[in-house]
Design a protein around this ligand. Structure first.
Ligand SMILES: [Zn+2]
Length: 152
C-alpha cells in the first residue's frame, strides 16, 4: 500500500484536513513545526531540545519554557514511552472514524518527558495507564501518515 505524502510546498496556504465528510479544520504548519512534519515523512518523531537546561519539548516552541533560552534544536525521539491517559472511542463522530471503531486516543509520555496526543494501537495487549508504548506510524482517518503508539 502506498502512503500519501504530505506536500510541504502547499503548507503556506494551509491544508484542509478531513476525515470523510467531516472537516478537521485548516492545518497551517509554521516554520517552527516544519522539521516535525519532515521527520514524520522519514518515520522519525522529532522533538525540540533545549541545549541550555537539557529539557525536551513537543513543538511548537521558539524558546525554552523553563529557562527562556532560544538555544533549541531538533532531536529524534527514541520512540519509547508510557500510556499517560487514554479514551476508548466506541461511538465515532463520523462514518470515516466509525470504520476503525473502537479505537483508542490518548496521551503518551515519552521517555524524554514530552507528552504527546496520539492514537494507541493495542498490539496485542490491552491499553492501560503506565503500559509501555512504542512508536510506529500509520495512515489514519485523515489519510495522513501520523505517529501512533503500539501498546502491549
Ligand atoms: Zn531550557
Amino acid at each position: 500500500m502506498s502512503e500519501p505524502a504530505i506536500k510541504l510546498e502547499d503548507w503556506a496556504q494551509g491544508i484542509p484536513m478531513r476525515a470523510g465528510p467531516v472537516s478537521l479544520g485548516l492545518y497551517q504548519p509554521s516554520p517552527e513545526t516544519m522539521e516535525y512534519w519532515r521527520g514524520i515523512e522519514r518515520r522519525e518523531l522529532m522533538i525540540r531540545h533545549c541545549g541550555h537546561c537539557n529539557r525536551f519539548f513537543h513543538p511548537k516552541r521558539i524558546v525554552c519554557s523553563d529557562c527562556g533560552s532560544p538555544d533549541l534544536t531538533w532531536k529524534k525521539a527514541a520512540g519509547n514511552g508510557k500510556v499517560y491517559s487514554f479514551s476508548e472511542i466506541h461511538r465515532a463522530p463520523s462514518e470515516a472514524f466509525a470504520k476503525g471503531a473502537p479505537y483508542i486516543n490518548g496521551i503518551v509520555r515519552l521517555e524524554e518527558g514530552v507528552h504527546l496526543f496520539t492514537r494507541f494501537i493495542p498490539d496485542p495487549g490491552l491499553v492501560k495507564i503506565d503500559a509501555p508504548a512504542r512508536l510506529d506510524f500509520r495512515v489514519l482517518e485523515s489519510n495522513w501518515l501520523l505517529p501512533v503508539f503500539l501498546v502491549g
